[in-house]
Design a binder for this molecule. Sequence first.
Ligand SMILES: Nc1ncnc2c1ncn2[C@@H]1O[C@H](COP(=O)(O)OP(=O)(O)O)[C@@H](O)[C@H]1O
Ligand SMILES: [Mg+2]
Length: 305
Amino acid sequence: MKTIISARSLCKKYGAFVAVDGISFDIEEGECFGFLGPNGAGKTSTVRMIHCVSPLTSGTLTVQGLAAHVDNRAVKQQTGVIPQEITLDNDLTVRENLQVHAHFFAIPRREARRRIDGLLQFVELEKRRDSKIDQLSTGMKRRLLIARALLNQPRILIADEPTTGLDPQARHMIWQRLRQLKDQGATLILTTQYMEEAQQLCDRIVIMHQGRILKEGAPARLIAAEIGREVTEIRAAADQDETLIAELGPLARGHERAGDTLYFYCDDGRPLMKKVLELDLPATVHRPASLEDVFLKLTGRSLVE
Ligand SMILES: Nc1ncnc2c1ncn2[C@@H]1O[C@H](COP(=O)(O)OP(=O)(O)O)[C@@H](O)[C@H]1O
Ligand SMILES: [Mg+2]
C-alpha cells in the first residue's frame, strides 16, 4: 500500500471559529476513504484543503508527496472534484458545461470531444447532451458533476456528499459509478452524512464530529469493535430500566438508554431474544448493528445542538 495523501495536525479556522481541529490521517492509493459526519463536522473544509482551493490554517498536508497549498496546479491536475453544491452553468447545455471545463484543463478540442462523449455515456446522459441545466433532475445534475470531475482523467476523485437529496434509484446509480471508478484504480475520497453510504462504498472511514476525528477504521471492524454484531431495541419507560437491565444485561455486551428506547449490544443476540420472548416485551426490534450505532454511541444518542 502506498500513501497518496497524508495530513498531520491539520487545522482550518474561519476567523476565530475552528472548523477542522488538528486532524491526522493517511489515505492509501486505490482505496475509498470516507469522511463520515453530520452537517458542520468539517468534512467540506477538509476536502477543500486537499484539492487546494482553501488554505490550511496550520498543520501539514501532502498530496502525492506535494505540499497542498492554494492553487497548487500539479495537485489540481491530478484531482477530480464532485462538489457538494451544484456548480453548473445554467446558461449552457450539458455538453457546453463539459466543454468549458475541458478548456480550463487545456484539453485539446478533439480529445475533449472524445472524452465528453465517453463520459456522457458513462453517466447515462448522452440523450441529454443538448439540454439546458434547468431541464435536468437533481440526480442528472449530480451525474453531470461526476462526468465533469472525470474530464481531466484524475487519479484522485473527491466526492463531497454526492448523493445528498437524491431518491434511492439515483443514489444507487451513483454508488455503482463510484465503485466502477474505484475498480479502475482511482483513489476515492468520499464525504457523507449517510452511514449506509459509508458502509456501502468505503474501505476505511474516519468519523468526524465538531472538527475532530473520533474513530478511524474499516466500517465492519468499527462496528464489531464498538457495538458487536446485533442490536436489540426495547421501547419501554425508564422506570423499567432496573428490571430489564437485571434480566437482559448479563446477556449483552453493553446497554444504553436514549429517549424512549433501551439499547442492548450483543455479539450473539439469540439468548437475549429468548429472554425478551419470555418476558413478553412486544415493542422490541432486533437487527444487525450498523455504523449508525457506532456514530450515535460515540456522539451520544441525544440531540446536541
Ligand atoms: N467560509 C466559511 N466561513 C465561516 N464558517 C464556515 C465557512 N465554511 C464553513 N464554515 C463553518 O465551519 C463548520 C464546518 O463546515 P463544513 O466544513 O462545511 O462542514 P461539513 O461539510 O461537515 O458540513 C461549520 O460550522 C460551518 O458553518
Ligand atoms: Mg459539507
